[in-house]
Design a protein around this ligand. Structure first.
Ligand SMILES: [Zn+2]
Ligand SMILES: [Zn+2]
Length: 298
């Protein structure tokens, strides 16, 4: 078992998905926060999935449970309210940041919807993630991913479009954190490489948008759970982000149950140090609200 002892780098800005508010979470939010205290996190940002505004974006298991858009919107509102009192309750033991993970559907109006959620519930920050390309799911199941590949001329064309969508999302939402920037790798590996020159060019476009927005890239340890040797982003993308664009990085355990809280953070820290990253960019509470901070990784 590991214990971070509240080291300055013991931070996750993407995780805390819970069964209270998410169909594929397995522990309650309170259990998640207790687990974050137990592993010695200093700061734990909870970033529940935003509701998807449209029945065609519901997951199979949500439909099986009889859930609809109104249900997931109601759950999200309950989440937004609950995190206010929980953040106060855990203060002193754990710095809880109130966030949410934005969705990019429906493509033609997600930006207004996400910015409205942020404003209405006064979240501390937003994680901008691309789970959908042109309203099609690319990270939920291999079956759905295969269907998306089939409508594109090639895997490369899909991956290029994916990074273009990341760039657009960042410009539209200006999130503090960009989630699992190369999550396209998750299922693409069953089809072929997603680091060709054309894809790297498109990824550069996304990195440029991230730099311009001043956003932080989430070094996301869920990639280990998917069988990868490194977190998201892959080494070439990490180096490009940090060295060429000077973008800051933070950790995200992307936890969906207590057994995942903190898992992979030590490995991700070693990964960053190996690649010459000496500082973590994070978010901290101050009198002026939630602000960017920089803490040493070593
Ligand atoms: Zn999730
Ligand atoms: Zn995600």
């Amino acid at each position: 078992m590991f214990f971070f002892a509240k080291a300055p780098w013991a931070v996750s800005l993407h995780g805390g998905h819970s069964s209270d508010y998410c169909d594929h979470g397995d522990s309650t939010l309170r259990e998640m926060l207790d687990a974050a205290v137990a592993v010695g996190y200093h700061t734990f940002g909870v970033a529940e999935h935003a509701p998807r505004a449209g029945a065609r974006f519901l997951y199979d298991e949500e439909i099986e449970r009889g859930w609809d858009v109104a249900k997931i919107q109601g759950d999200f509102e309950a989440y937004a309210v609950a995190t206010q009192s929980l953040a106060e309750e855990y203060a002193g033991r754990l710095n809880v940041l109130r966030g949410f993970e934005a969705e990019v559907v429906p493509t033609d109006r997600y930006a207004d919807l996400m910015l409205e959620l942020r404003e209405r519930y006064r979240f501390d920050y937003m994680v901008g993630s691309v789970h959908w390309v042109d309203d099609r799911s690319i990270d939920y199941t291999l079956r759905l991913f295969d269907e998306v590949v089939a409508v594109f001329p090639s895997l490369e064309a899909l991956a290029v479009r994916y990074y273009e969508r990341v760039a657009e999302m960042v410009r539209a939402l200006r999130p503090e954190v960009v989630g699992h920037i190369d999550v396209i790798r998750k299922y693409a590996r069953h089809h072929g490489p997603v680091d060709t020159p054309a894809i790297r060019d498109a990824a550069d476009g996304a990195l440029e948008a991230i730099r311009d927005a001043g956003a932080i890239i989430d070094v996301n340890t869920s990639a280990y759970r998917c069988g990868f040797d490194t977190p998201y982003p892959a080494p070439w993308l990490l180096e490009r982000a940090v060295r060429h664009f000077g973008i800051g990085v933070c950790f995200g355990d992307d936890s969906h149950n207590v057994a995942q809280v903190g898992v992979g953070i030590l490995e991700a820290r070693a990964y960053l140090l190996e690649h010459g990253v000496a500082y973590l960019s994070t978010l901290a509470r101050s009198d002026a609200g939630v602000v960017r901070a920089r803490v040493p990784l070593a």
